[in-house]
Design a protein around this ligand. Sequence first.
Ligand code: ZN
Length: 280
Amino acid sequence: MRSFCNVGLLVGLCYAILLSSCAPRLAAAPLVVDPPSTPMPALTSTPPATATVEIPALVEPTFTPASAVCQINRVKAIPVFDQNGLLKSFDTPDKFIVLTIDDGYNNEVLNQMLDILEEHGARATFFLVGTSFGKNIQRDTFQRLVDNGNDIGYHSLTHPDVNIIDGMSQEEWLQDYQDWSDALRAVIGDDLYTRGVTPYVRAPWGRWTPEFMQAARKQGFIPVYWSADEHTFEPNRMPLKPGGILILHIIPENLDELQQLMKTDWQVISLREALGETCN
Ligand SMILES: [Zn+2]
């Protein structure tokens, strides 16, 4: 009985020492999306000592991350949020711009944009409107969009007018997301949905009401604003800044801006590429 107690004490002591030696490193881990280039190897666990073992085996702490974070592009990107939790841009020493493209009322223009992105090996995040699914955006376009590694993000089911948005409750936003999600899944199926849909969301018209933000927070979404738009390309406008988030729309007029962007030496990436992708 006495030796059994000693074994128990030894195991407990080992645990305490190991935990205390690990704790400062875990606490000091920086909250930045800048994962190591190679995934951290999972620590292996050894079976715990049993009562029949005379000398207690060293019990290692088990720390197996549920998933690794994959960085597709090698950019350093620290997300910058405003006081309301909106993602505005990225702090970075690298010359990249995050490209976001909104709405989706024109299947032909969307395909032309995908042509341009594909030609330059670039990806973007598309904030799409639910009423376009299967109509203005057809399934084969979604297939191509997702196969090329672009993101799909929520931009409401119907893109309601501002006065309607201002009256929407948190529950109505959650229902709207559910309807958007159901409409999309009905067109693209589970596989494309799982591969393409991201937790990035943008309020229609950029109308970020407290109710929208509460609903987004509740779902664990990342609300995304922008720091540059199509006017950035006009003469005497503020130039692009590294780590900026550019908004364009799926309209014929923005094909030219997209071409202009691709002719620059900026690295053009999607939100998923900037924030890192969760992968299994
Ligand atoms: Zn919009």
